[in-house]
Ligand binder design. Structure first.
Ligand SMILES: [Fe+2]
Ligand SMILES: [Fe+2]
Length: 342
């Protein structure tokens, strides 16, 4: 496990050494500085996981040090705890007003110090992880959207399918990891289309036999692309099986009913709804009301009845319409479908 680095900024050498020794014994890597300026120069080479700083110090006091830390983007999220002299209420209030995470009154008690440090570290780790996850999802969406650059008809498809799938998953009572896997599955479901020629993706009118055979390979190609990436492998069921149908008439394996992983059955409904309500190279978009009726017609044949039930509930709560409107306020939609789901 990574050893957390703490920076102790305190001009009282005895106190600083005592705190440093105590925290080193607790398993932290401890850096020390006698004032804000010294601390800043230390931070140019090592960025600590948490700062514990006195307020009254020569050269640069704790408040000025805190200000300078928060001015730097890369140091903005480092938890900062002030050490203050007993009864110094004005200092406590100023520190809180500045937005410091916590303050401790000197002389500090070991348990109190350790509790405050651990609480702040774990909170900042959670935030870091959440930010990392967000950045990760954003890069995945960019990658998935690479298909959209080649196929102008599917602009926003990935984001809308993901949004529809998530409301369906929530309606089905999913949460946590299950919902997260569904999100990755929806983002990546068409990733295999990256290997399909632009001419085929953008073809006006129906595909010929050969083109159709190639198009039907995109779930298999996509699944092969992501299956060996540990973080993405939970998306494989959605990628591989999102074109399977409840009655066994889908592709690539012709799976039936419960043989189709649940995540894929959810993505299939979200995907079909978006395909019907957006203009594609081979047909115009239809209205969401018509698309809703079409989906309901497919209950028990093309689609899992439980997922369609969830879709109906989301529809009656306007959740589907809200996603559609959010994406289509500036888009021109036309009617008359020539072909149903792709
Ligand atoms: Fe697909
Ligand atoms: Fe799709």
């Amino acid at each position: 496990m990574k050893q957390d680095t703490l920076l102790i900024v305190e001009d009282n050498v005895l106190l600083r050494d005592a705190i440093a020794e105590m925290l080193t014994m607790d398993g932290f890597f401890v850096l020390t500085a006698g004032n804000g300026e010294e601390a800043l120069s230390q931070m140019e080479s090592v960025s600590p996981d948490l700062i514990l700083s006195d307020i009254s110090m020569p050269v640069m006091d704790g408040f000025e040090f805190f200000h300078l830390i928060r001015e730097r983007q890369e140091w903005l999220s480092i938890p900062f705890i002030f050490l203050t002299a007993r009864g110094d209420q004005a200092h406590v209030l100023t520190g809180k007003g500045l937005g410091a995470e916590d303050y401790l009154i000197k002389p500090v008690n070991h348990t109190e110090l350790l509790t405050a440090i651990r609480a702040r570290l774990s909170r900042s780790q959670q935030l870091r992880l959440a930010r990392l996850r967000e950045a990760y999802q954003a890069s995945l969406t960019v990658l998935a959207n690479a298909i959209e650059v080649r196929d102008r008809y599917t602009r926003g498809h990935v984001e809308r399918v993901t949004a529809y799938a998530i409301v369906l998953g929530e309606q089905l009572g999913w949460s946590g990891k299950q919902l997260e896997d569904l999100r990755y599955g929806a983002i990546l479901h068409d990733i295999g289309k990256i290997h399909i020629e632009e001419m085929t993706l953008q073809k006006q009118g129906p595909l010929n036999h050969n083109e159709w055979v190639i198009m039907q390979q995109h779930p298999v190609i996509g699944a092969n692309m992501v299956k060996n990436i540990p973080f993405l492998s939970p998306a494989v069921p959605a990628v591989l099986y999102h074109h399977e149908c409840w009655d066994g008439s889908g592709y690539p394996h012709g799976l039936k009913g419960n043989e189709i992983p649940m995540m894929a059955r959810v993505v299939a409904v979200a995907d079909a709804f978006d395909a019907m309500t957006t203009t594609r190279s081979y047909r115009q978009a239809q209205s969401i009301e018509l698309a809703f009726k079409e989906l309901v017609k497919g209950e028990g044949t093309l689609f899992d009845p439980d997922v369609i039930e969830a879709f109906k509930k989301c529809w009656h709560q306007d959740k589907i319409q809200e996603i559609f409107k959010a994406w289509n306020t500036n888009n021109h939609l036309e009617q008359t479908p020539k072909q149903r789901f792709q």
